[in-house]
Design a protein around this ligand. Structure first.
Ligand SMILES: NC(=O)c1ccc[n+]([C@@H]2O[C@H](COP(=O)([O-])OP(=O)(O)OC[C@H]3O[C@@H](n4cnc5c(N)ncnc54)[C@H](O)[C@@H]3O)[C@@H](O)[C@H]2O)c1
Ligand SMILES: O=c1ccn([C@@H]2O[C@H](COP(=O)(O)OP(=O)(O)O[C@H]3O[C@H](CO)[C@@H](O)[C@H](O)[C@H]3O)[C@@H](O)[C@H]2O)c(=O)[nH]1
Length: 453
């Protein structure tokens, strides 16, 4: 079987490499020549656990190739995936220019029947637009070649993308033709080894499923962040509450972790896009509006705690940051809460010394301010007035706390992911605060602001 994947980012590259691993011949296309040249040289433009090995293996076998011209690789392809970005427009809607540009390019070059699959996250109705754009481009060249469109949204998580793709919880396929359905069934056959994971549905429902899934997950996080902040007022501990509610199988224990707000390239933009779709149809999604507002506030919570401890004066203070990426095991900085927090720190006159095991390169591109990038976690805390843990990388879990304490100017630890044991840190002489943990500062902070008003 031969497949083409257009867009060689997190989704496209993982899709292409993992499909090639099942014996499919895959051509990955991208307009970014720098990326394609890197890949041709067996270098990966992104960091994703296990991906490099699969890419190299399949390139060596001749099953995975890279290029910039779709037309050059179309011959014999039964499936063409569109996996390009769908960034938010100013009004929050998903910008479809990349998707539709690919549709036009397909219409201009298609020679034989193929199934064109939208893998990018796109609003309901986009596959119909893709179909129209392909047909219009074909019309222009006076050709009528049969093709189908399908929706096959991707549910992989960054940092675990390969694992998620190889062992998906489900594969959602939206089609309106048996022929397309059969082609995709065959392509995904190797992923059904111990149980059938494909859920067939109509195209609009498949497109909607993707947004509904991300919106539900984002809602869980904002709910937990809201509860965590309330815990601080009532002197309850969100970690204990989380265990208590997660034991109910109707709730489940996954994705219940409060923190510094959700980030990444998906939740923020997809929640916005769904809110926009609701508005477009005159159906306000009030729950999602709250989810988004809570998330924006949550990115400030750790900063507010810092202000409280340092008497509202960060001028000249040195703040250490552990973790910049929006989550561990990725170098992705898109919408990372660290961006908002660092901006607030710099604006308040603090100096920032940050360490991230993977995302420093991306951070340099995205943060204009004068941040010092440390070589390791200990260099980051040297002389610091506070340590803020923003990303729960495994290597931050068990640091040498005695060494950290010796290095820091003030032993203040603000744990944005609740990964440390409060008692242990306090017994070592640290002032420790997490998110929604006991002895919360939010309550005290709110009270002090109230008293001063
Ligand atoms: N990142 C994730 O974890 C994830 C997971 C599921 C779904 N998605 C969705 O998948 C889509 C892609 O996300 P991503 O994170 O892989 O994006 P990305 O930005 O990492 O990659 C997109 C790639 O598409 C390329 N591109 C843009 N226009 C092109 C064109 N006309 N022809 C060829 N290539 C083109 C870009 O150069 C870029 O390399 C988005 O809709 C996203 O919402 C992402
Ligand atoms: O309990 C939790 C779980 C996650 N997060 C945060 O939520 C964000 C997103 O995390 P995660 O979902 O693990 O990463 P993504 O790679 O953004 O994956 C999400 O977005 C993808 C793109 O649409 C989907 O394919 C995935 O199914 C969906 O999980 C990160 O900032 C996390 O720190 C929390 O704060 N608490």
């Amino acid at each position: 079987m031969k497949a083409i994947v257009v867009g060689t980012g997190y989704v496209g590259l993982v899709t292409g490499a993992c499909l090639a691993d099942t014996g499919v011949h895959v051509s990955c296309i991208d307009i970014d020549e720098r990326k394609i040249n890197m890949l041709k040289g067996e270098r990966l433009p992104i960091y994703e656990t296990g991906l490099e090995e699969i890419v190299r293996r399949n390139m060596k076998k001749g099953r995975l190739e890279f290029g910039t011209s779709l037309a050059e690789f179309l011959q014999g392809a039964e499936v063409i995936f569109i996996a390009v970005g769908t960034p938010p427009d100013e009004d929050g809607s998903a910008n479809l220019r990349h998707v539709l540009a690919v549709a036009t390019a397909i219409g201009e070059a298609l020679q034989d029947y193929a199934v064109v699959v939208t893998k990018s996250t796109v609003p309901v109705g986009t596959s119909a637009k893709v179909k129209a754009f392909i047909a219009a481009a074909m019309d222009k060249r006076g050709r009528k070649i049969s093709f189908d469109v399908a929706s096959n949204p991707e549910f992989l998580k960054e940092g675990a993308a390969v694992q998620d793709f190889l062992s998906p919880d489900r594969i959602v396929i939206g089609t309106d033709s048996m022929r397309a359905r059969n082609v995709l069934d065959q392509l995904y056959k190797p992923f059904q080894l111990n149980r059938y994971r494909i859920i067939h549905m109509d195209i609009a429902s498949a497109e909607m499923t993707k947004y509904a899934a991300n919106a539900m997950l984002a809602a869980r996080i904002s709910f937990m962040n809201d509860m965590a902040n309330l815990c601080e007022f009532v002197d309850a501990d969100i970690n204990q509450v989380r265990n208590g509610i997660g034991a109910d199988p109707r709730i489940g224990s996954k994705f219940l972790y409060p923190g510094v707000g959700y980030g990444g390239s998906c939740f923020p933009k997809d929640v916005k896009a769904l809110i926009h779709t609701g508005k477009y149809y005159g159906h306000r999604l009030r729950l999602l509006e709250a989810v988004e507002a809570i998330n924006e506030d949550q990115k400030q919570v750790l900063f507010k705690k810092l202000l409280y401890f340092l008497d509202n004066d960060l001028e000249g203070k040195q703040i250490a940051i552990w973790g910049l990426a929006f989550k561990p095991n990725t170098d992705d900085m898109r919408e990372a809460p660290a961006l908002t927090i660092i901006e607030a720190l710099i604006k308040a006159g603090a100096g920032v010394r940050a360490y991230d095991p993977m995302a420093t390169g991306e951070a340099r591109k995205q943060i204009a301010a004068d941040v010092i990038y440390a070589q390791n976690e200990y260099e980051a805390v040297d002389g610091a007035d506070a340590l803020m843990l923003l990303t729960e990388w495994p290597e931050f879990r068990l640091p040498d706390w005695k060494r950290v304490k010796r290095l820091m100017q003030l032993p203040l630890v603000l744990d944005g992911r609740n990964i440390y044991n409060p008692q242990q840190l306090r017994s070592l002489g640290f002032v420790y605060h997490g998110i929604g943990t006991k002895n919360g500062t939010l309550a005290a902070l709110e009270k002090s602001l109230y008293a001063g008003a």
